[in-house]
Write a protein that binds this ligand. Structure first.
Ligand code: FE2
Length: 376
């Protein structure tokens, strides 16, 4: 089987029943939100935005909201043991709970998705304060992950009602991170097509790209992947499942340590990957090591690029090309002790694909890390 692009026009609905304006925020459930916020500010250059906790009337949790350009993270920790946030962390470790999506109409988003089979996570809820109102609703997706639909057109406050502005004296410089380019889910054996169908049927997405185990395999391990996109392409969710290989696939390692399906990586866009990654590395973020041999042949494969190769090689940035242009990308090591969540930093120069030409080098680098952890 070959890699296929599948923009089958007859399957595209003329009216999008779930118009999305991109990612509103990504919420992480973490063991210690105060320290996590400090880490993301220090290492990635996020800015303090908003806070909710006992001082704002919450009894059981604290949330810090941090932002850089259009990228907003919410870091939430439980204050007591017997609640769903604590259970989530006990089961999964720190991880992504909410992929929140911007909508014009959260009531319609809930109605349209639940009538198509979406399992409700949050009935439509209107939050109000002096700055206006935010309307939220939500449905479940793979694992314990959820999508929250956020309607904020009638709100002018810093984040949403219930949060107060978080002003801090500690404001490390930004690193050029712009917005969520795509967000990848790892699902269980033979579960990829179930979730592809969920995104097609429930959310009106379409499958824009597929990779099978012939595309994504090294000597040892394999996976399969399908990329789901909403109508305007602002929201892209690749879905991975493990495939049989000689040794344990990276997706299996994730599933073992996350204790189920969940978000594998968040890809974040930058306009200057060399500058961004230089800054991130100087702040202690570690990326996968790419062998020198990769750079000996890469320009033969991708052709001429605007950047000098030397800084890309020094930083370990990968290059790939498709029909529309090229892209530069790099993958962090896991951000936590469990080998689960990591980030990709990506700069697109025309290319709308996901770096297929880099899969082999990338997965071999991942396997070296897996091997070092004794999980290959
Ligand atoms: Fe990616």
């Amino acid at each position: 089987m070959q890699t296929t692009t599948a923009p089958s026009k007859k399957n595209i609905e003329t009216t999008d029943f779930l118009p999305l304006h991109g990612t509103d925020y990504v919420e992480f459930y973490v063991g210690n939100a105060k320290q996590a916020a400090h880490f993301y500010k220090t290492a990635f250059g996020f800015q303090s935005l908003a806070y909710a906790g006992p001082e704002t009337g919450l009894k059981d949790k604290v949330s810090y909201v941090i932002r850089q350009n259009k990228l907003t993270f919410v870091l939430t920790t439980p204050l007591k043991s017997d609640n769903t946030i604590a259970d989530h962390i006990y089961k999964h470790g720190d991880g992504v709970k909410v992929l929140a999506l911007k909508v014009d109409d959260a009531v319609s988003a809930f109605e349209e998705t639940t009538k198509r089979g979406g399992k409700p996570f949050m009935e439509t809820t209107v939050l109000k304060d002096d700055d206006g109102e935010v309307v939220l609703s939500g449905i479940h997706t793979y694992g314990d992950t959820v999508h929250v639909f956020v309607e904020r057109k009638n709100y002018k406050g810093v984040f949403m009602p219930g949060f107060r502005k978080w002003e801090s004296n500690y404001n490390p410089a930004e690193t050029g991170l712009l917005y969520v380019d795509h967000c990848v889910g790892n699902v269980g054996w033979n579960r990829m097509n179930t979730w592809v169908k969920f995104y097609e049927d429930v959310m009106g997405f379409r499958n824009i790209l597929s990779f099978d185990d012939k595309d994504i395999s090294t000597e040892y391990s394999a996976l399969m992947s399908k990329v789901m996109s909403n109508g305007n392409g602002y929201v892209k969710f690749p879905i991975n499942e493990p495939a049989e290989g000689k040794k344990k696939s990276q997706v299996e390692e994730y599933l073992d340590f996350y204790n189920g399906e969940g978000v594998q990586h968040v890809a974040i866009a930058t306009n200057d990957i060399v500058k961004t990654v230089t800054e991130l590395q100087s702040r202690g973020i570690e990326f996968l090591n790419i062998p020198e041999s990769y750079y000996e042949t890469v320009l033969d494969r991708v052709g001429k690029i605007d950047e000098d190769l030397a800084p890309l090689q020094k930083l370990g940035i990968l290059i790939d090309r498709d029909d529309e242009g090229y892209l530069l990308q790099i993958f962090s090591k896991p951000l936590e002790d469990r080998p689960t969540l990591f980030f990709e930093i990506i700069q697109r120069k025309g290319a709308q694909s996901f770096g297929k030409g880099n899969f082999k080098a990338l997965f071999e680098a991942l396997e070296r890390e897996q091997d070092a952890r004794g999980n290959l």
